[in-house]
Design a binder for this molecule. Structure first.
Ligand SMILES: [Zn+2]
Length: 152
């Protein structure tokens, strides 16, 4: 992320300030950008770990699904409920995986942590709890409110 026009103006003002002030300020800037880079790296690692877990889970569910289907064919008495449940889990895992992959794409293009609806920065605590979220809390609530109304 690069500083905007205000940064250039401020930089010029700072350059006219005593060297010690400029150095202290540069230290601050470096620290800030390093911290956010570390955050980004951490987010990426968490997302990659989650992707691995989800891929394992999907693999496990697919195997389970196959075993269930085979058993049903042999016994002629399919446990429909069990089967439906596995399918539902598989669907959830695949949807989560899509979210994680989208978030990883955002990390790569430098847009991670930005709300895809309003463009505001997503709350840090929210990203920690939901690393693949693409919406800020406000937009999430707004969407929930709208969809809640549509359902009624
Ligand atoms: Zn938003």
């Amino acid at each position: 992320m690069y500083p905007a026009a205000g940064w250039v103006r401020e930089r010029r003002e700072r350059l006219e300030a005593p060297a010690s002030v400029v150095m202290a300020w540069l230290g601050e800037v470096m620290e800030v950008s390093m911290a956010s880079e570390a955050d980004l790296k951490e987010s990426r690692e968490r997302l990659e770990e989650e992707r691995r877990d989800l891929l394992d889970e999907i693999e496990r569910l697919r195997t389970l699904l196959k075993t269930e289907t085979d058993a049903a064919t042999q016994e002629g008495d399919p446990d429909v409920w069990e089967h439906e449940r596995t399918l539902a889990f598989l669907e959830v895992a695949q949807t989560r995986l899509e979210g994680v992959e989208q978030a990883l794409k955002l990390v790569e293009t430098g847009r991670y942590g930005t709300c895809q609806r309003c463009g505001a920065a997503i709350e840090k605590e929210r990203l920690e709890a939901l690393p693949d979220t693409a919406l800020c809390l406000k937009c999430q609530r707004e969407i929930e409110r709208l969809s809640g109304r549509a359902r009624r």
